[in-house]
Design a protein around this ligand. Structure first.
Ligand code: ADP
Ligand code: MG
Length: 371
């Protein structure tokens, strides 16, 4: 889909920003360009849509040399999302999202439908945002609109330069999850720039690790972690590889599906029997339709007659697609040894125990040693 063949960029002042970089991004994959500040990530990305001209080498898009494609045409077919200054401040959310559709001559009705679909896709479909200006939105909302705008005319390729860079870690993790979920449906070919190894491991099907203008290793996240090509990779990836390996594992692989539960209108005695039978000291409390409500703990069983009296309400949850290190940090913040796994409607899908995470940790550590 995108192929770089010994691509070099020398800036007018003589800085060699990228030196003979060669790699290929498969259709439908997310390729992350990773590396320390100034290593040439943005330059590499901008040569793909010709925002920066190539000094030597070639970039092929679907087999076609990109310098042979009309630049405006090329950019209309490549979505582009960047940190901060992505949105036009004097335009509403709607106007921002339909920028490229307008350039492409879509009808008003087609555009309206597309804007609606995209806002829905990024979780802002309620109608309250469509006529707002970027300054009236939160940082996370702006980033979502940025992604929606990049997807405006349904381009096959997306370039994203630190798209979730300037936001707090929790919102950032949420945006990453949302984007991965969207990507499962839309299957774009994505080039994603970041300097953050955690983000790269989480987002990338492949990672291109760069250093001082050179491509050092182009590989899967697992290979980058467990088979670093040289000392630079090893150092960049960090010493705590096993812990980082938790980011390669999603909750669904280690959770307990269909765990025992108890309802608020059941007795503490019923809860006791079930917990004893299952050998657990914390059990999920659910309401109508298996909606997650909280926990009942073994130590509290004497404190009341009904589950409703002794339960601890909770809203700390993860989903089947949460990565284990995030699940671990949520769990650590709750004081419980378990985490409820729910779907979008807060219906219980499983339960993740601290022991399961420990098991995953030892497995990734062993994997690291044996390979
Ligand atoms: N327009 C420019 N003119 C001259 N040098 C530049 C320009 N843009 C970037 N550089 C230099 O090229 C190198 C790579 O920059 P960049 O691609 O922005 O790195 P990254 O995105 O990895 O931080 C850096 O040394 C940077 O200072
Ligand atoms: Mg950059």
């Amino acid at each position: 889909m995108i192929k770089l063949d010994r691509v070099t960029k020398v800036y007018p002042g003589g800085t060699e920003a990228v030196r003979e970089a060669s790699f290929e991004v498969e259709k439908g994959e997310i390729c992350v360009l990773l590396g320390p500040s100034g290593c040439g990530k943005t330059t590499t990305m901008k040569m793909i849509n010709l925002l920066i001209h190539i000094t030597a080498g070639k970039i092929y898009i679907d087999g076609v040399d990109n310098t042979k494609i009309d630049e405006d045409e090329l950019r209309r077919n490549i979505g582009y999302a960047i940190q901060d200054i992505g949105l036009f401040p004097h335009m509403t959310v709607r106007q921002n999202i339909e920028t490229v559709p307008v350039l492409k001559g879509w009808t008003k009705a087609e555009r309206a439908k597309r804007v609606e679909t995209l806002l829905e896709l990024v979780g802002m479909g309620s109608g309250e945002f469509i006529d707002k200006y970027p300054s009236e939105l939160s940082g996370g909302q702006r980033q979502r609109v940025g992604v929606a705008r990049a997807l405006g005319a349904d381009p096959p390729i997306l370039l994203m330069d630190e798209p979730f860079g300037a936001i707090d870690p929790i919102t950032r993790a949420r945006l990453q999850d949302e984007f991965l979920k969207i990507q499962r449906e839309i299957k774009k070919t994505v080039v994603f720039v970041t300097h953050d190894i955690h983000e790269a491991i989480k987002m990338g099907d492949k990672i291109a690790l760069m250093n001082e203008g050179e491509l050092v290793q182009y590989d899967t996240p697992a290979n980058l972690l467990y088979r670093p090509k040289n000392g630079f990779v090893e150092k960049f990836v960090g010493a705590d590889r096993a812990l980082k390996g938790l980011q390669l594992i999603r909750v669904k692989e280690f959770m307990w599906g269909f765990p025992p539960t108890v309802k608020t209108d059941e007795t503490a005695q019923a809860a006791r029997q079930r917990m004893k039978r299952e050998g657990i000291n914390q059990m999920v409390v659910v309401g109508e339709g298996r909606k997650f409500l909280g926990w009942v703990e073994w130590a509290d069983l004497e404190k009341g007659k009904m589950v409703s009296e002794i339960m601890k309400p909770s809203s700390d949850v993860a989903t089947v697609d949460t990565v284990l290190n995030e699940a671990l940090s949520i769990m650590l913040s709750t004081r419980l040894n378990n985490l409820a796994i729910v779907n979008e409607d807060n219906r219980l899908e499983g339960m993740l125990s601290f022991d399961a995470i420990r098991k995953a940790l030892s497995e990734t550590a062993q994997r690291g040693e044996s390979e």
